[in-house]
Ligand binder design. Structure first.
Ligand SMILES: Cc1cc2nc3c(=O)[nH]c(=O)nc-3n(C[C@H](O)[C@H](O)[C@H](O)COP(=O)(O)OP(=O)(O)OC[C@H]3O[C@@H](n4cnc5c(N)ncnc54)[C@H](O)[C@@H]3O)c2cc1C
Length: 223
C-alpha cells in the first residue's frame, strides 16, 4: 500500500506490533512507521498480539452504549427545537435532533425531519427491535406534540454499535493502564472510542491532529 493514500472499506482484524503490521479482513496488510488508532479500545486490544492478559481483561470490561437511531421524514411539524432531551419513562428515546431546524436545505421545501436516539448498554444487552422502536418513536411524536402520525412520510432505523462510553469507577482505574500499555507498544489511541472519552466530533478530530503533530508528522498547527 502507498503512504499518504486513504483506503476505504478496510476492516483491521489483526495487529502485530513487533512487525509493525496491520492485517485486514480482505487479506491485505500494511506495514506502518507509526500507528494512530480510533478503533474502539476493546476491539483494538482484542486484535493485537502479545497483549498481557491483565490488559486484555481490563479492556474487556470497558462498557459502552450502543444507539438505535429512528429517523422520521415529516410533511409538517409543530416543533422548532434543534435538539432536546426526553425524560418520559414511556418513551424509549433519550434525545431527539431535528436536521430540518439546523438547515431547511436538509429537507424538501415545507418538510421536516427528526432523529430519535435510543441508547442501550451494548456490553450486556441487545439493541431494541426495529418494530418496537419505530412504533414508540411515532408515539413520542404525538405525545410530545411534534407531529401527527398522518404527517409521517417515511421512517428509517439503524443501529450504531458504539454510542457513548460508560464511565464507571473501574474505568478510571483501568483506562490509564490500557493506554499506557498501548503507547508502550507504539500505538497512539485517538478519537472518542480510541481514547475512551466523551469527546464531541471536533474534540475527536483534534485528538488525532494533536497526537500526530506531537509525533512530528504534520506541520505545526497555525491559528
Ligand atoms: C447519536 C449521536 C449524536 C451525536 N451528535 C453529535 C453532535 O451533534 N455534535 C458533535 O460534535 N458530536 C456528536 N456526537 C459525537 C460524535 O459522533 C463523535 O464524537 C465522533 O464521531 C467521534 O469520532 P471518532 O472518529 O473518534 O469515532 P467514530 O466516528 O466512531 O469513528 C471510528 C471509526 O472506526 C471504524 N472502525 C471500527 N473498527 C474498525 C476496524 N476494525 N477497522 C477499521 N475501521 C474500524 C468505525 O467504522 C468508525 O468509522 C454524536 C454521537 C452520537 C452517537
Amino acid at each position: 500500500m502507498d503512504a499518504g493514500k486513504l483506503y476505504f472499506h478496510k476492516r483491521a482484524v489483526r495487529i502485530k506490533t513487533a512487525e509493525r503490521t496491520v492485517y485486514f479482513s480482505d487479506g491485505t496488510k500494511i506495514i506502518y512507521d507509526e500507528l494512530y488508532s480510533s478503533i474502539p479500545l476493546p476491539e483494538m486490544v482484542g486484535m493485537m498480539e502479545e497483549v498481557p492478559k491483565k490488559i486484555k481483561d481490563k479492556a474487556r470490561r470497558l462498557e459502552h452504549t450502543g444507539v438505535a437511531l429512528v429517523s422520521i421524514g415529516l410533511r409538517a411539524c409543530k416543533q422548532e427545537k434543534l435538539w432536546f432531551y426526553i425524560y418520559d419513562t414511556d418513551i424509549m428515546a433519550a434525545r431527539a435532533y431535528m436536521p430540518s431546524v439546523k438547515s431547511s436545505g436538509n429537507v424538501p421545501v415545507g418538510c421536516a425531519s427528526i432523529q430519535f436516539e435510543i441508547y442501550f448498554n451494548a456490553t450486556n444487552s441487545e439493541a431494541p427491535e426495529e418494530k418496537i422502536a419505530v412504533e414508540n418513536c411515532l408515539y413520542a411524536l404525538e405525545k410530545l406534540g411534534i407531529a401527527g402520525v398522518a404527517d409521517v412520510l417515511f421512517t428509517d432505523f439503524r443501529v450504531m454499535p458504539y454510542g457513548n462510553v460508560i464511565c464507571l469507577r473501574q474505568t478510571e482505574k483501568d483506562l490509564p493502564e490500557i493506554i499506557s500499555w498501548l503507547l508502550g507498544a507504539k500505538v497512539t489511541p485517538i478519537g472518542r472510542f480510541g481514547k475512551w472519552e466523551y469527546l464531541w466530533s471536533d474534540q475527536a478530530f483534534m485528538s488525532g491532529y494533536r497526537a500526530i503533530r506531537n509525533g512530528n508528522i504534520l506541520m505545526p498547527y497555525r491559528r
